[in-house]
Design a binder for this molecule. Structure first.
Ligand code: MG
Length: 186
């Protein structure tokens, strides 16, 4: 059993929050984490949607800069080439003033390539970069394998993931096995 838990540890996020804007950025910055690789679908916006919660925009804004965030890069698994999805990623990253990486199969999350590309774009390192995402199997596993700080957010309500039902079930099972609970909302 112990062995299983050791194996599963690669999926364990360093932090768990309900929403991106619940992250204590000030605290992370104090610890030297100033660059953020952020997932798109289910984390920033619902699948297909261009709408980002203003609270997320404000939290990640590098120009407002109350938090001294130095860089943000949206990293999205597009898997296959799709003009519509590419344009959406470009528009959203522009809206946030963020860099972007579109990951295509087989170089998709959780493979290290797209994370390294994101860090290169931002000019960040393994020591000052965190990953924010809603999936343990992709966002968190990839970040953990590179030794980055990982933050799990609850998938946005109503977000329709491009993942199969079986993948959803695995995510649920993992959350349970790892004893991960999202903070109770007051
Ligand atoms: Mg996602």
């Amino acid at each position: 059993m112990r062995f299983l838990y050791t194996l599963l540890d690669i999926f364990r996020p360093d932090q768990v929050v309900n929403d991106l804007w619940d992250i204590d950025f000030r605290d992370l910055i104090k610890k030297g984490i100033t660059y953020f690789i952020v997932d798109l679908d289910g984390t920033l916006a619902n699948k297909g949607s261009y709408e980002i919660d203003p609270r997320a925009i404000q939290a990640l804004d590098t120009t407002l800069n109350p938090n001294k965030i130095k860089g943000v890069c949206i990293l999205s698994n597009l898997v296959y080439s799709s003009k519509k999805r590419e344009i959406r990623l470009i528009k959203i990253s522009k809206q946030l003033g963020a860099d972007r990486v579109a990951a295509y199969w087989p170089n998709t999350k959780p493979e290290p390539g797209p994370y390294e590309q994101a860090m290169e774009l931002m000019g960040s390192s393994y020591l000052n970069t965190a990953v924010i995402g809603d999936q343990l199997l992709t966002d968190i596993k990839g970040g953990n394998s590179l030794g980055l700080h990982t933050i799990l957010v609850k998938a946005l309500p109503g977000s329709d993931h491009p993942i199969t039902i079986s993948k959803r079930l695995i995510e649920k099972w993992l959350l349970k096995k790892l004893g991960i609970n999202f903070p109770k909302k007051p």
